[in-house]
Each structure stands twice: as structure tokens, then as C-alpha cells.
Design a protein around this ligand. Structure first.
Ligand code: PBG
Length: 345
């Protein structure tokens, strides 16, 4: 009556072989057909789970390709408007805008100038898509400073946290005035959520949402993004972004952002930090978003171009895995493409 491993203590009990000599428990029953697998599926990926990050560069008349991110472009104002309309049409729920200015300075003046590229682009996109997309803006200094850091510097070259908060407040007000509905606080300065929230509320922008990049790691996976925004950075961001070895610290940052009143917290990058994502999901009660960053995009595109990975399946699996780990929403450069594919079924 014993079959295979069925004899001995391990063979009996809840998950072993019963008196019949057959497995008592057959998980494969739930995998037998496409319809049964649909019933058994735990995690969904839908267009509404996707936000498209997009770059707009001052002075461009035609979009410019980004070499390390095949398929992604620096947009002109016109091509950005079209990309936003296409994303909305595909069912994507938001667009996160990054500006690439023509001129930079030490304090990133272009970021809070109402004629600065990001603010101009925000107004243009908001006019184009109305309520069909949640129009979102990166609130940081790195694209606008001539030294490439996310904050302003002291004379010794170190990043001055509290002086940077004063800049973030002005940028937040400029972005809200331009029509941004959600500000992505990606600079990793202490107290940034509280500072920006108070300033927005005092100016009558109570409904502008905040996305706190709570657990943002000092990651090598941002490499291609630095090309995308023409980053001027020398050195690194390790005095403000998190050490990739630290999980507890990521959770601590998320709890702090929640306490400061953020509407959403972010974990970034996504795939190399799925454990952090899961733990943050369990620790906070606000929505948790994850950013599938430029290096994650580039790796899959490069492998697919070499014929080493099935591009479409790998993209879907990567996004599903980020959702499974706990992300309510994923920022991904594939947002429009994937939303279209999901809509086709
Ligand atoms: C900083 C910022 C970065 C990214 C988004 N916001 C880069 C950095 O911290 O150096 C990276 C996004 C990506 O790699 O796709 N404002």
C-alpha cells in the first residue's frame, strides 16, 4: 500500500499519503486548466495599477531617444501631451513628470520658476488630459542643480537638509499652482513631507496629494535615469538615500512619512527590494507604491534584444511580482504598453 515516499512517519498526516496510498493533498488540482487557474490566481495586474514616468526636455522640438532605455524618450512638450493622452486612453491611472532644464544653477532655480520646464509641462499635460490621469510631478532638485544633488549644498559641499526643505516648499507651491495633483517627494530629506504638507495647506492646496519616497535606496539601478535627465552628479547620494543592505531603516522611513501625513509611500527600486516592499506594506496603512526604475527596465530590454528573455512574459512577470510583494501601484516605463496588452486580454 505504500507508494514512493509514502512509508514512514513523514508519509502520514495532513500532507502525506493516506490509507489509500494516494497523496491526500493535491495542489495541482488548482492548476489543471486556464479557467481553474484564473479562479486560483491571488494577484491581479490591471491598467489602474500603473503609473507612467515621463521625461520632458526644455527646448526640444522632436522627442530624443535615451540610449540606455530603448523605447523611452525625452519628450518635447507636444510629444509629452500625446504620450499622456495615449496613457489615459490605455487606462493607465497617472503620469509622473520629470523635467530636464536647459540651464541649471546651484539652487535649482528652474524647479520653482513658473516658466520652468516641469511647471510648463505640468500645465500642458493637465490641460490635455483633465481628470483622465492623475497628473504627478517629481519634487526634487537634482534635475535642476548644476551639481546634480537632490538638495542645496553648504560651502563644504555637504547637502544642507533644512535649507533644502525651504526650496522644496517653494517648488511644491509652484507645482501645485501649475496643476500637479500629486507631488512625488523623491529627495530623501528629513522632514520633507511635513514641511511641504504644512505649506500646501496654508496656501489652500489641501487636496494636492503627497507621495513620500520613503524607502529610496542609493541604488546602481538608477544608472540609465541619470542619462535620461542629463544628470550632473559627481559622487553619490549616500548621505541621504538608504544603504541597500538596510530593511528596518526602510520601514522606519515609511512609518515616519506616514506620521508626517503622506498620502502614499514609495519603495524604490522595486525588484531588488521586494522584501522591503512587503514589510512596508504590512507596517503602514496608507497605499504603498513601488518604482520599477530605469535599470530594471534596461536589463529586461537588453536581454530581450539579445534573444535571452521572452520580453512580454518577463515584463508581465516582473510587474506581477512587484504587485504580489505588496505594491498597490507600480511606476513603470512600460505602463502604456502593458495597459494596452492587459486591455486586449
Ligand atoms: C531623483 C530621482 C532619481 C530617480 C527618480 N527620481 C534618481 C536618483 O535618485 O539618482 C530614478 C528613477 C529611475 O532610475 O528610473 N529625483
Amino acid at each position: 500500500m505504500t507508494r514512493g515516499l509514502g512509508s514512514g512517519a513523514a508519509g502520514f498526516g495532513a500532507a502525506g499519503f493516506g490509507a489509500t496510498g494516494f497523496p491526500d493533498v493535491r495542489p495541482r488540482r488548482l492548476r489543471q486548466s486556464p479557467a481553474v487557474r484564473e479562479l486560483a490566481r491571488e494577484t491581479d495586474l490591471l491598467p489602474r495599477h500603473l503609473v507612467l514616468p515621463a521625461f520632458v526636455r526644455e527646448g526640444l522640438t522632436d522627442p530624443a531617444p535615451i540610449g540606455s532605455m530603448p523605447g523611452v524618450q525625452q519628450h518635447s512638450l507636444d510629444s509629452l501631451r500625446r504620450a499622456a493622452a495615449e496613457a489615459a486612453e490605455a487606462g493607465v491611472t497617472g503620469i509622473m513628470l520629470f523635467g530636464v532644464p536647459a540651464v541649471r544653477d546651484a539652487i535649482g532655480s528652474g524647479a520653482d520658476d513658473e516658466n520652468g520646464i516641469l511647471n510648463v509641462a505640468t500645465a500642458a499635460v493637465a490641460a490635455e488630459v483633465g481628470d483622465a490621469l492623475v497628473v504627478q510631478t517629481d519634487l526634487c532638485l537634482d534635475e535642476f542643480t548644476d551639481h546634480g544633488h537632490c538638495g542645496v549644498l553648504r560651502s563644504d559641499g555637504s547637502v544642507d537638509n533644512d535649507a533644502t526643505l525651504d526650496r522644496y516648499v517653494l517648488i511644491a507651491l509652484a507645482q501645485a499652482r501649475a496643476g500637479s495633483q500629486l507631488l512625488g517627494l523623491s529627495g530623501m530629506m528629513d522632514g520633507q513631507v511635513a514641511a511641504v504638507r504644512h505649506a500646501l495647506d496654508a496656501a489652500g492646496f489641501q487636496d494636492v496629494l503627497l507621495l513620500g519616497y520613503a524607502a529610496k535606496y542609493a541604488s546602481a539601478f538608477y544608472g540609465p535615469f541619470r542619462e535620461a535627465v542629463d544628470s550632473q552628479l559627481q559622487g553619490d547620494r549616500r548621505t541621504y538615500q538608504l544603504d541597500p543592505g538596510n530593511r528596518r531603516e526602510g520601514v522606519r522611513e515609511a512609518l515616519l512619512d506616514e506620521a508626517e501625513g503622506t498620502d502614499v509611500v514609495m519603495v524604490k527600486p522595486a525588484m531588488a527590494f521586494l522584501d522591503v516592499l512587503r514589510e512596508v506594506r504590512e507596517a503602514v496603512r496608507v497605499p504603498v507604491w513601488a518604482y520599477q526604475v530605469s535599470g530594471e527596465y534596461a536589463m529586461i530590454e537588453a536581454a530581450a534584444q539579445n534573444g535571452w528573455l521572452d520580453r512580454e512574459r518577463t515584463i508581465l512577470e516582473s510587474l506581477l511580482s512587484i504587485r504580489r510583494a505588496g505594491a498597490d501601484v507600480v511606476l513603470t516605463y512600460w505602463a502604456t504598453e502593458v495597459a494596452r496588452r492587459l486591455a486586449r486580454g
